[in-house]
Design a protein around this ligand. Structure first.
Ligand code: NI
Length: 138
């Protein structure tokens, strides 16, 4: 991959703030921080367009004693098997379980799946995190 350089003009105080933030985040250089910012912006755009392919990680925490919850979660995942790449179940303590489900599909479909899964009665906490499949990133 060819790497190109370009110069950026910024107000002094904005650059000072930028340097402070990237130092806190342990970026080795301004270039690396700018590359990440640009990628993050593109990923967000892909996400908001809704039809681009994204990868999502859905984490849910629930009490496995909740009546019929395991059946509902299993039925739901089978019904949406085309989107699900992998899932991992971790027994946190005597009652609580963490399930991490990795999904792939159009942004809008992934959001819809996560919303439905997280709103199932008995799911105590749920979170969707999305990223790009990387096809359009470098
Ligand atoms: Ni469990």
């Amino acid at each position: 991959m060819k790497i190109l350089r370009f110069a950026v003009s910024l107000p002094e105080d904005l650059l000072e703030t930028f340097d402070k933030i990237i130092a806190k985040k342990n970026y080795p250089s301004r270039s690396e921080a700018v590359r990440d910012l640009i990628r993050a912006h593109f990923i967000e755009q892909e996400w908001s367009e809704g039809n681009k392919e994204v990868i999502g990680t859905i984490s849910i925490v629930y009490d496995h004693d909740t009546r019929e919850l395991l059946d509902k979660l299993m039925d739901f995942q089978h019904h949406h098997h085309g989107f699900i790449i992998s899932s991992t179940h971790i027994h946190l303590d005597n009652h609580n379980c963490l399930e991490v489900i990795i999904v792939k599909g159009k942004g809008k479909d992934i959001k819809n799946i996560a919303d439905k899964l997280i709103s199932i009665r008995g799911v105590k906490h749920g979170k969707l995190s999305t990223t790009s499949t990387g096809k359009e990133l470098s």
